[in-house]
Design a protein around this ligand. Structure first.
Ligand code: SF4
Length: 258
């Protein structure tokens, strides 16, 4: 995923997974910087940002903070109203875009996120449920940089269950935010996690077999022979498949409505 010499940008949300990941990397001697994206989601964002700031100060490591509202013109709750789409849609798009852009701007070759086995299995389940064959090849613990303006993305905790990362964070006394994002309640990914947890109860190892069976035996079958042509957005210069990227289009939509 990365070498000891590389600078790693760790995307932190203030939750158990990302802070556990950051702590392990610091303990293991990797050179890391945290990235906290302030989504502007009421008290949840205030509390989670404070957790990240305290963690960075306690460990003596740098933390970059970028506010979605400064970059796109409005926080996630307003984006949700403007687009009339589920909040996770605009939020997810903004996070992916900003992670890559901040990493590029600061010269990081790789971004690490705290996704665990449960997250990955739920994402895979969602993609399979809707047969999103475009998404299946991208379901990987390490996504290579396929364009000079794309930064490598890795998920070092993908073998660990949510229970394991929670146990680690508890035992290491990591001060993380326990509350979920208020928009998580209606998120499809949460429903998928619940379904998978019921399957796990009935058949222990189900989540692991589902995800690792896919990665080991099925993923390659979905890798497309023809590659999608990537180009630079005419507005911001970030990578896109069209003329203007989805982030710039969303920013336009927000500007028109606010
Ligand atoms: S639950 Fe949805 S809105 Fe909340 S932080 Fe996650 S992606 Fe964003």
């Amino acid at each position: 995923m990365f070498t000891r010499e590389e600078l790693v940008l760790v995307a932190v949300s203030g939750g158990k997974d990302s802070l556990a990941l950051w702590e392990v990397l610091i303990e293991e001697g990797y050179r890391t910087t945290g990235l906290y994206l302030d989504l502007g989601i009421f008290d949840y964002s205030i509390e989670s940002k404070a957790r990240c700031e305290r963690f960075a100060a306690a460990h003596g490591v740098p933390l970059i903070i970028t506010a979605v509202a400064d970059e796109i013109g409005a926080p996630v709750p307003i984006i949700k109203n403007v687009t009339r789409r589920p909040p996770c849609s605009g939020c997810g798009l903004s996070k992916r875009y900003l992670m890559n852009r901040v990493a590029l701007e600061h010269g990081f070759p790789v971004v690490a996120t705290g996704h665990n086995l449960d997250d990955e299995a739920a994402t895979l389940f969602g993609s399979v449920m809707h047969w999103q064959t475009d998404a299946l090849p991208r379901q990987s613990p390490a996504l290579a940089a396929t364009h000079p303006k794309l930064v490598r993305r890795v998920k070092p905790l993908y073998r660990l269950s949510e229970r394991e990362t929670a146990a680690y964070a508890f035992l290491r006394r990591i001060d993380y935010i326990v509350e979920e994002c208020p928009f998580a309640a209606g998120a499809t990914s949460i429903a998928h996690k619940e379904i998978l947890s019921r399957m796990e109860e009935a058949s222990p190892g189900a989540k692991h077999n589902f995800l690792f069976g896919f990665l080991d035996r099925a993923r390659a079958a979905f890798e497309r022979v023809e590659t999608v042509a990537l180009q630079e957005c005419a507005r911001c210069g970030q990578v896109t498949t069209g003329t203007v990227c989805a982030f710039c289009k969303l920013a336009d939509q927000v500007k028109r409505a606010t």
